[in-house]
Design a binder for this molecule. Structure first.
Ligand code: G
Ligand code: G
Ligand code: MN
Ligand code: NA
Length: 254
């Protein structure tokens, strides 16, 4: 069966899973958030990577029901975190342009916050540059509604697309995620070091937080800490894992 057809049935067949990757605060190494990453499990136990099926879901409009499932699963998972004394750990959800630009995203989130008794700030949203660049005015409206619902907004993969300083200045953002291509070997690669230093300074000047992505070594992590990056995620700190395994690693008693 074609991928698009199977994707349509995947929600009903409960083939989606969320995996969670820890985000560490560098001042004290504590896990302050986790990024929810969507996984599509196949009958043979393998996974179709999101780079393959998310674009397909976006093109077909299926990203709306799938995105709603992701939000609900994230909200439910936050309840599980809270049950283990981890209610201070936020869950960051990736949101597609189609979702942001469709009426009702913030209402859906408010509904989930009520249903699962989430504190404001329990859910964060990650947007990519392409979202805001395509329709900045409409994106701005959607972002203000999210903000009003207590949702922090990060700009994902920053610096890889057609990064515009104007939107960093004008849009209601909270945090800039430094793309992993700039983090690679940052302690040894002078060009990447220059870019990371500039991005950290830019974020600080604009009052935005910084999260470095794709940290794969202790050397990269130390460089980022010394150079004022606030938070980091990557295989060196923890891979994306199902909730149960996340709780085993950071979950405390209970
Ligand atoms: O973790 P991984 O390499 O598989 O993620 C690849 C890409 O898929 C990333 O760009 C990520 O933003 C995107 N992605 C992961 N989960 C979701 C999701 O729930 N919704 C959307 N829209 N994109 C996601
Ligand atoms: O685009 P976005 O940042 O949402 O996607 C995150 C992607 O990066 C996911 O596919 C995730 O699995 C992947 N990822 C997370 N940590 C690392 C890392 O340390 N190295 C690499 N190569 N990929 C990572
Ligand atoms: Mn992301
Ligand atoms: Na990213």
């Amino acid at each position: 069966m074609a991928l698009a057809r199977r994707l349509r049935e995947a929600l009903d067949k409960r083939e989606f899973e969320l995996h969670f990757q820890p985000i560490h605060r560098l001042s004290d190494d504590r896990v302050v958030a986790v990024e929810a990453l969507l996984r599509w499990r196949q009958h043979d136990g393998g996974y179709v990577p999101p780079d393959v099926f998310v674009p397909l879901a976006e093109a077909s409009g299926l990203i709306l029901p799938i995105g709603q499932w992701v939000l609900e699963e994230a909200a439910r998972s936050h309840g599980r975190l809270a049950g283990r004394g981890l209610d201070h750990v936020a869950i960051a959800v990736n949101v597609s342009a189609v979702q942001l630009l469709t009426e009702g995203l913030s209402e859906a989130i408010v509904g989930l916050q009520r249903k699962y008794g989430l504190p404001a700030g329990a859910l964060h949203v990650e947007l990519t540059e392409s979202v805001v660049l395509r329709r900045p005015q409409a994106a701005r409206v959607g972002m203000l509604q999210l903000r009003a619902a207590g949702v922090r907004i990060s700009i994902d993969d920053f610096g890889t697309g057609f990064s515009s300083m104007a939107y960093l200045r004008d849009l209601p953002l909270d945090c800039l995620k430094i793309d992993r291509s700039f983090v690679r070997q940052v302690h040894a690669d002078e060009r990447n070091a220059s870019i990371c230093r500039a991005l950290i300074a830019l974020a600080r000047g604009l009052g935005l937080g910084t999260i470095a992505e794709g940290v794969e070594s202790a050397e990269e992590l130390e460089w980022l800490r010394r150079n004022g990056c606030e938070q980091a995620q990557g295989y060196h700190l923890g891979r994306p894992v199902p909730l149960e395994r996340l709780l085993d690693s950071i979950g405390g008693p209970g």
